[in-house]
Design a protein around this ligand. Sequence first.
Ligand code: FES
Length: 145
Amino acid sequence: MTEKFEPKITAFVCNWCTYAGADLTGTSRIKYQSNVRVLRVPCTGRIDFMLLMKAFQKGTDGVIVSGCHPNDCHYTSGNYHARRRWMVYKDLMDFMGVDTNRVTFSWVSAAEGARWAQLVNEVTDNIRNLGPYAEYKELAVAGIE
Ligand code: FES
């Protein structure tokens, strides 16, 4: 009997918008898949490349980065910095052989509880279809870490 794969999803969410939106999902009793582990950061501008790679090193199968919508960042432009950095990270991850389809950037406001549930469900289904992530561990074993 084969064991059914349940993906582990790590979500880096900003304190001011997406974290509050995820909280609203719970208080509104909207159900979504329980595969996500939420890590609250002050702003998506805090996300750096090593945070993403550390998540994969620690065994996550997929990552969500979500914060305030454009022009709503509480630190004025942190979400714009995150979006620009993602363009660089994406190429770097691709160069390193990391499947960039496993990382999802999104905007979810404090009023979008239903949107958060939809995002988590979509990402979880996508990662479930991609299967478990093992490439990072193979890189680490090969001494490329
Ligand atoms: Fe939410 Fe900057 S405070 S993305």
